[in-house]
Design a protein. Structure first.
Length: 468
């Protein structure tokens, strides 16, 4: 039978084998999904579809098999049944992934609402607040928190472009008004914590480091006492009245001692308590822990995601060798049965630990969730040219480097979604070059050829770990 996998649905990350992104059987943020219904496109005359076992249909051109291909599951619109735990009742504002998780954060990789199945938005689109995909140039209340100048979304807090919730921007200056809190109001804005880093002298914001007008964070300025000075909290951070003693020491200073000056000890540039010497946490690359007793500098929280400046030279997805006899058919069958829900489930972990060490090591590059993409990239690597292999390597490296510092698995998952649609997006767009391989020589790597992750892992393991 001549059967094509379907049309390419361009996601933000890598291409998705889907006709109108119709099938969501496998939860693949940017992987490959089969098209709805029957064949989406005919193969060229004389060509036959490649199957995982290497066989090909022998039917004449233009004819159809009397029976469907057994290894390829039904890909029609009725084939996806969300997990009973996720529904409109339990997930009213989000969408349901194939494993029954309620995804509330709306991204191009998981877009939807009302407990419906999550969709992957096409390239050059965004997921709106209503869970629908919109063109990136479509500025409306569902795609813009600020205001719209034509199809351009801006912040909405400028006097000449003021507004919120995707409404058309208003030029406040034309009415002799100013923009305050995304709304045109009469006159100049009053000094407050919202618009002043120093202190407020009446309705005027001043630097806050003058002994007669000392303060910070938009609070009312105060005049320091005769034995006090107004110490700066740092650049554009105002100041605070502090005692200046002839000899600062624990006996006369509750804060920290900056030379002979007793400072409050509660900011990044002068941190400490009980008369100890002040520490400059900012210079140390740390932060002043105001909850500690005594106050002190502590390591700054890990950045998640970490800034990714560029893909290092030489970064590629390694091409793995085809090995013989590492995993027996019985080993692969056990993995297929235990790993249907993914590599991190308890049954799959136990099965991977139970197979021989050589088999476990051989399948390790593929024992990662589809969402991470590294297993898919590793599988298809032998069928890519050097430029495409670098694109997949850079995409994976960007996601890993961006999220290595995340403290919890939940933070890492959120970080990967954020980086895929943010700083790593250009690399994933370049990785769309894998399309031809997933539908050609590397079609056994396409997860939509199988019913679940376990079936995919066993088929890939047969190719790489029990090669003929």
């Amino acid at each position: 039978m001549k059967r094509a996998f379907g049309l390419l649905c361009l996601a933000v990350a890598v291409p998705v084998v889907a006709a109108a992104c119709g099938r969501a059987d496998l939860d693949l943020p940017p992987p490959y999904q089969a098209g709805p219904g029957s064949d989406a496109a005919a193969l060229p005359d004389g060509a036959a579809d490649a199957r995982p076992d290497g066989t090909a249909d022998a039917t004449p051109d233009g004819t159809a098999d009397a029976t469907p291909d057994a290894p390829i599951p039904d890909s029609g619109p009725d084939s996806f049944v969300p997990d009973a735990g996720c529904s409109a009742a339990t997930c009213p504002t989000g969408c349901c992934s194939v494993d029954g998780a309620c995804i509330v954060d709306k991204t191009v990789a998981a877009c939807g609402s009302g407990g419906n199945a999550c969709l992957i938005c096409p390239a050059a689109s965004v997921c709106g607040k209503d869970g629908k995909c919109y063109d990136v140039n479509d500025c409306n209340p569902n795609t813009c928190n600020g205001c719209c100048i034509g199809n351009l979304c801006v912040g909405g807090n400028d006097t000449t472009a003021c507004g919120a919730n995707g409404a058309e921007c208003t030029n406040c200056a034309g009415a002799n008004q100013v923009c305050q809190a995304n709304t045109c109001v009469a006159g100049a804005p009053k000094c407050s914590a919202a618009n002043c880093n120093g202190c407020c002298s009446g309705d005027v914001c001043v630097v806050g480091t003058d002994p007669l007008k000392c303060g910070a964070n938009g609070q009312a300025c105060t005049a320091c006492g005769a034995a006090q000075v107004c110490s700066s909290n740092g650049p554009q951070a105002g100041g605070a009245c502090e005692a200046q003693n002839p000899q600062c020491n624990p006996g006369n200073c509750n804060g920290c001692c900056d030379g002979n000056r007793c400072r409050q000890g509660a900011n990044q540039r002068a941190c400490g308590q009980a008369g100890v010497a002040c520490r400059d946490c900012a210079a140390e690359g740390s932060t002043c822990d105001l909850q500690a007793n005594p106050r002190t500098c502590v390591a700054a929280p890990n950045a998640c995601p970490t800034q990714y400046l560029a893909c290092p030279a030489g970064t590629v997805t390694p091409t793995l060798p085809l090995q013989k006899g590492q995993c027996s058919p019985a080993n692969l069958a056990a993995l297929a049965a235990a790993c249907g829900q993914g590599p991190d489930g308890a049954a799959c972990v136990a099965a991977r630990n139970a197979v021989p060490a050589a088999c476990s090591a051989c399948i390790a590059p593929f024992a990662v969730p589809f969402q991470d993409l590294t297993g898919l990239f590793a599988c298809v690597a032998p069928y890519l040219d050097a430029a495409c292999n670098r694109s997949t390597g850079c995409a994976a490296d960007c996601s890993t480097a961006s999220c290595d510092a995340c403290a919890t698995p939940q933070e890492e998952q959120q970080c990967r979604q954020q980086s895929t649609n943010g700083q790593c997006q250009p690399y994933y767009q370049q990785a769309q070059c894998t399309f031809t391989a997933f539908l050609g020589q590397g079609s056994f790597c396409n997860p939509q050829t199988y019913g679940n992750y376990g079936g995919w892992l066993a088929a890939v393991g047969k190719q790489y770990c029990n090669a003929p």
